[in-house]
Design a protein around this ligand. Structure first.
Ligand code: DGJ
Length: 375
């Protein structure tokens, strides 16, 4: 072998080795390779811990702007240590043959999350679904189910939450007749509701047909009760809905919180008996200052705590949008903030911002780290 070829092979192998598994630390914002050497493709995702393994589910993106719609489905990766992820393939595939399917290729499928139902022994996936060609108007929740954590998941249904039910904290004015002129257009930013009084009653407008549900998360409480939290009422207000015991549908009990505060990227978790939310402002794919809130009860008195991000770049949450908060198994008081650094012109290049989530009293805090490990 001549010198030139040897040098070429040496540099090629060195490049391959760079950033490749096994990883021993998190490097937020960098390319993060799976077991096949490909950048992880698991955007807007969430994590399930089951029988000693972590499963990470998220939106599988393709290159270019077409990646703003679902071309493939929901990806799944598995890991024992949270640093090194194995590609488990596509857990839920879009439908490529039936144009009438809710999840036909080209629909918008966002923020998938999976929880395990110990009673039915099923893995249950929920996600935000927008019907193909309808922008963000459908604002539906969708459900799929599997016998295995990595799938394949069978698509079951999509619907608007709680049609015909009032929230437990409904107010008398919500039940008054609502003008049909209340607009239902997605406008992805603050102040997009029509002028009062209609702006105050999107809830009433959607009573019959069901509440809007966009950015979302799932949470299972210590007693096994599962909740779905989502941006509702034209993204102006969060709602938390209690699910039925099989986790496949709504119980009809739900709660409005942080009303007219325009939050997206909502996460829900529990620490020391208190419930926490970390979410974003409502500015499309562009980063903004995160929000946080705490409550003693899930259907309770939520108190806003401000932006948990601290230091330089905190007003843009380190160029990320919250997607999940992970409690690390077997480590005391160890939580990870997981955010997306979106690249809407080419979503496949989106990066993952994993940072330690610490607490000062009740208040969650996130500090930037170039590299860090669970040790
Ligand atoms: C921000 C949301 O957090 C995303 O999930 C997505 O819906 C975009 N808006 C669409 O602009």
């Amino acid at each position: 072998m001549n010198l030139k070829i040897s040098l070429f092979l040496f540099s090629f192998c060195s490049i391959l080795a760079l950033n490749a598994q096994p990883y021993k630390q998190f490097t937020p914002g960098e390319i993060w390779k799976d077991n096949n050497g490909k950048h992880l493709n698991v955007h807007g995702g969430g994590i399930l811990f089951h029988n000693g393994t972590y499963y990470w589910y998220g939106e599988h993106k393709v290159g270019g702007e077409i990646g703003n719609t679902a071309q493939v489905g929901v990806s799944c990766y598995s890991s024992k240590d949270l640093y090194n992820w194995k590609d488990e393939g596509i857990a839920l595939k879009v439908n490529e043959t039936d144009p009438a399917s809710d999840i036909v290729k080209g629909c918008t499928l966002e923020r998938p999350k999976v929880i395990y139902n110990a009673k039915t022994k099923k893995f249950v996936m929920w996600f935000h679904l927008e019907l193909k060609g309808q922008g963000y108007d459908a604002a539906r929740s969708a459900v799929a189910v599997s016998n295995n954590p990595a799938g394949p998941y069978i698509y079951l249904k999509s619907f608007r939450p709680n049609a015909g039910f009032w929230p437990v904290n409904v107010q008398p004015f919500h039940k008054k007749p609502v003008s049909s002129s209340v607009k239902s257009k997605y406008c992805g930013g603050k102040g997009c509701l029509p002028a009062p009084p209609d702006s105050l009653n999107i809830l009433g407008r959607d009573f019959k047909g069901g509440q809007m549900a966009r950015d979302m998360n799932l949470f299972v409480d210590d007693d096994g009760t599962a909740y779905h939290i989502y941006a509702s009422e034209e993204n102006s207000t969060l709602q938390i809905s209690k699910l039925n015991d099989d986790y496949l549908s709504y119980s009809g009990q739900y709660f409005r919180l942080l009303t007219e505060r325009y939050m997206e990227g909502v996460t829900l978790f529990k620490r020391n008996g208190k419930y926490y939310i970390i979410a974003s402002d409502c500015t499309g794919w562009a980063p903004n200052a995160a929000r946080s809130a705490v409550s003693d009860q899930i259907f309770g008195n939520w108190k806003e705590l401000g932006n948990p991000a601290v230091g330089s770049d905190s007003e843009l949450t380190f160029h990320s949008q919250s997607t999940y908060v992970l409690k690390v198994e077997g480590k005391k008081d160890c939580y990870i903030y997981i955010g997306d650094r979106w690249t809407p012109e080419n979503h496949i290049d989106g990066r993952y911002i994993w940072l330690p989530l610490t607490f000062e009293g009740d208040a969650p805090k996130i500090h930037w780290k170039d590299a860090w490990s669970l040790d």
